[in-house]
Design a protein around this ligand. Structure first.
Ligand SMILES: Nc1ncnc2c1ncn2[C@@H]1O[C@H](COP(=O)(O)OP(=O)(O)OP(=O)(O)O)[C@@H](O)[C@H]1O
Ligand SMILES: [Mg+2]
Length: 338
């Protein structure tokens, strides 16, 4: 039996001259929730569409449960459930009918088994009372829950969720997380894409941060947080964004820190034990130079900080030189981790 649910090796996907996925490799263990975290256009949907055989890969190799997708495409499709990024429930059909169509599509038979699975699915989605209601009348959260259970109707061992909670409010998002965790606890391997760091933090055993078709880092949440070191993150928000450069200058010259700027926000890593002194001295310096700030805080590194450090605007624009050296040392650290 293959140890990994999915193995991706040197995947490249081009659309004409444009390279959407540029040589990515990672392995997803059976039973894990693996997150692909990246901004718009990073290549998340393209990657999963290639795994599913919906797009043909340009080069590289993918195996699912040890089987090469080039040879066993059809068989693999049956084993993977997909919840697409766009909501695709049929609004004119009832919740029951939506599930029934899918059950037939995946050849779930006989009818008794099909009905049993639909009843279970509706229960799982908390939609039992809405079985005979048209899906078009459902709220966004209800539609997404219906899609989640729909993608599970053939009882796949792997479930792919493409941005399952984008557009949902926090209550519906939290509810969706609960359902995703439940499915995983039943033994389903889950690969999910998300733009939400909090989502990846709450759900995922491991995360790959992807940007511009390349993997910037892979690891557990705590491993990734180590990328920004064990220090604390100082965050200063300037009242006028024109002052961000001056704040950054103070942090460089007076504190020997390596700040990053994003519009009006300046962040820097402060060594543990230096937080209070840095904070009070900084406030004095800012007041001396009459620089007004909206807020200043010090926090433990979050996935947000890792994401910013690895994909953030500041690594690509104004302060490129400072960041490229920091990026290099981070990447060296990450390589040892893989
Ligand atoms: N069929 C296509 N033809 C040409 N370019 C495409 C096609 N599909 C995707 N792309 C491009 O490939 C890149 C990656 O797109 P992809 O949809 O994989 O990103 P994503 O990470 O899923 O982003 P989002 O969070 O917005 O869904 C984008 O620049 C996109 O415009
Ligand atoms: Mg996408």
């Amino acid at each position: 039996m293959a140890e990994y649910a999915i193995e991706i090796d040197g995947l490249v996907k081009k659309f004409g001259d444009f390279t959407a996925v540029n040589g990515i490799s990672f392995k997803i263990k059976k039973g894990e929730i693996f997150g692909l975290l990246g901004p718009n256009g990073a290549g998340k949907t393209t990657t999963i569409n290639v795994v599913l055989g919906l797009l043909k890969l340009t080069s590289g190799k993918i195996t699912v449960n040890g089987l090469d997708i080039k040879k066993y495409g059809e068989e693999i499709k049956q084993r993977i459930g997909l919840m697409t990024q766009e909501t695709v429930v049929e609004g004119d059909l009832t919740a029951w009918e939506n599930l029934e169509i899918f059950a037939e599509l995946y050849h779930v038979s006989p009818a008794g088994e099909r009905n049993k699975r639909i009843v279970e699915a509706l229960k799982e989605a908390e939609l039992t009372d809405f079985a005979k209601k048209k899906a078009g009348t459902f709220s966004g959260g209800m539609k997404r829950r219906l899609e989640l259970v729909k993608s599970m109707i053939q009882h796949p061992s792997i479930l792919i969720l493409d941005e399952p909670t984008t557009g949902l409010d926090i209550q519906n998002r939290t509810n969706m997380w609960k359902h995703i965790k439940e499915l995983n606890s039943l033994g389903v391997t889950i690969i999910l894409t998300t733009q939400y760091l909090e989502e990846a933090d709450v759900l995922c055993d491991r995360i790959a941060i992807i940007d511009h078709g390349k993997i910037k880092a892979i690891g557990t949440v705590s491993e990734l947080k180590k990328v920004v070191g064990t220090g604390r993150i100082l965050e200063v928000i300037a009242e006028n964004h024109g002052d961000a450069a001056a704040i950054s200058g103070i942090l460089k010259t007076h504190f020997k820190l390596k700040p990053e700027i994003k519009v009006d926000k300046v962040t820097a890593i402060v060594e543990i034990g230096h937080e209070e002194k840095t904070m009070s001295k900084l406030l004095i310096e800012l007041s001396k130079k009459r620089i007004k700030i909206s807020s200043v805080s010090m926090h433990m590194p979050t996935l947000d900080d890792v994401f910013m450090a690895l994909t953030g605007a500041s690594t690509r624009d104004a302060t490129h030189d400072d960041n490229s050296s920091r990026m290099d040392s981070m990447m060296r650290g990450m390589r040892g981790m893989r």
